[in-house]
Design a protein around this ligand. Structure first.
Ligand code: NIG
Ligand code: FE
Length: 410
């Protein structure tokens, strides 16, 4: 059954725009009085509403009331929303002046969430993950990457990855899992960094393949987590096993982005500490540069150099990093809007970073664009001009969200 949805005051299809580099709003193709024709979750046509209605008289009409602006659903290509407990104690210490490392030393940090996540069973992890995914979906995020990394042991990492798989059939949002067993060496592992990583290569990655839990591997390269040399060895082994690579890079100190480019990672994420050299490397590469403004806001730190990355020619995506420690807010649009004012990003650059450029970081070419043959993942905002969306800095939320052409009714 074909369905014609509209009319929309404006549609931003974000189609035909370059994958890399700066974008001006003038490059956006804005369809006025638009409509979309959908069948079986796929877009058949995007164009003038009246023309589509005349050309498809048998299509069922889903009529929009009032002014609205249609965008592709957002793709959040970096989250850690599979976790137990919270870290409000960390946050209180942080706003009172303690640093990330001081908090970790005082028993907070990643290890605290590992302890809290290990303490809940798989069913409870699934339930809280579905709830967070549905909150994101209601706010227009139709695709969500979700990392493990709070298990840090074979069974505990598998528990998280299986929870993500189970949750993915309980929400209309598309969940994309990633193995982050290399988040840090767990405090209860009796051995060196090399030994821990080799253990993951030998005993975890093959099971992940076997159970088809994910084809993506992530690592946190940082002085306080995994060092560059060990990371390179681990990532090359993961690559040989057929995994796509993504890297937590240059968050506090540099080094991670060079490793990411060297191994041909699909993305290098964080980049708050990246300088000219790292920016140049990323811009020349096929690795998507992912900025995580939610972590900057959560930690009270500078943003990644998003403007410079774009001007140098990088593909810049924007993701939430939603996690209980550094980025507890989880409001992707608000984070992107607030950062864009500081970093001087155009609306076109922000929407590209939240849609098709983020989809590239997940190697999903059917997502983040409204065009024939692409998924009908869409969201409509109650306004007459797309510029109002960032103007309200995240407070204007979509009134309709479609995942695969189906209206999301939580
Ligand atoms: O992306 N930087 C490393 N990992 C997460 C934080 C995880 C945590 O603090 O629980 C991040 O910010
Ligand atoms: Fe992260």
């Amino acid at each position: 059954m074909q369905k014609l949805i509209g009319p929309f005051k404006q549609i931003l299809p974000l189609n035909g725009l370059p994958l890399k580099g700066a974008l001006k709003d003038e490059q956006l193709h804005v369809i006025l009085n638009g409509g979309v024709l959908v069948e079986n979750g796929i877009l058949l046509a995007v164009g003038d509403f009246d023309e589509l209605r005349n050309a498809n008289p048998s299509a069922q009409i889903e009529e929009m009331q009032g002014d609205s602006v249609l965008l592709p659903g957002f793709v959040d290509c970096h989250t850690h929303i599979c976790f137990g407990g919270n870290r409000a104690k960390d946050y209180a210490m942080r706003i009172a002046g303690k640093t990330y490392l001081e908090i970790a030393k005082a028993g907070g940090g990643i290890w605290d969430t590992v302890t809290q996540t290990r303490a809940v069973d798989e069913a409870a992890l699934v339930a809280s993950l579905v709830q967070r995914a549905n909150r994101h979906l209601a706010e227009g995020v139709t695709t969500i990457e979700v990392k493990s990394g709070y298990g840090l042991g074979i069974d505990e990492e598998l528990k998280q990855l299986r929870a993500i798989k189970t949750a993915s059939v309980q929400t209309k949002a598309k969940l994309m899992p990633t193995c982050l067993a290399a988040h840090m060496v767990p405090k209860d592992f009796n051995g060196s960094q090399e030994e821990y990583l080799q253990y993951m290569v030998d005993d975890l990655l093959p099971i992940i393949k076997q159970e088809n839990l994910t084809n993506r591997v992530d690592i946190f390269i940082e002085q306080s987590a995994i060092d560059k040399q060990n990371a390179l060895v681990y990532l090359n082994k993961a690559k040989q096993l057929g995994f796509d690579i993504t890297v937590h890079a240059d968050q506090f100190t540099t080094g991670g982005s060079a490793v990411a480019v060297e191994v041909g990672a699909v993305s290098a994420d964080h980049l708050e500490a990246s300088g000219e050299e790292e920016i140049g490397l990323l811009a020349k590469s096929q690795t998507v540069a992912v900025t995580l403004p939610g972590a900057s806001l959560g930690l009270g730190m500078p943003y990644a150099p998003a403007r410079k990355l774009l001007d140098t020619g990088a593909c810049l995506a924007i993701a939430s990093d939603w996690n209980p420690g550094s980025a507890p807010m989880g409001d992707l649009l608000m984070q992107a809007a607030v950062m864009s004012a500081a970093e001087k990003l155009s609306a076109a650059e922000v929407f590209a970073g939240l849609t098709y450029r983020a989809a590239a970081a997940l190697k999903l070419d059917n997502h983040g664009i409204l065009a024939p043959g692409k998924l009908a993942d869409m969201q409509a905002y109650p306004c007459a001009d797309y510029r109002e969306i960032l103007y309200y800095q995240g407070k204007l939320k979509p009134t309709s969200v479609w995942a695969g052409g189906v209206t999301n009714k939580p």
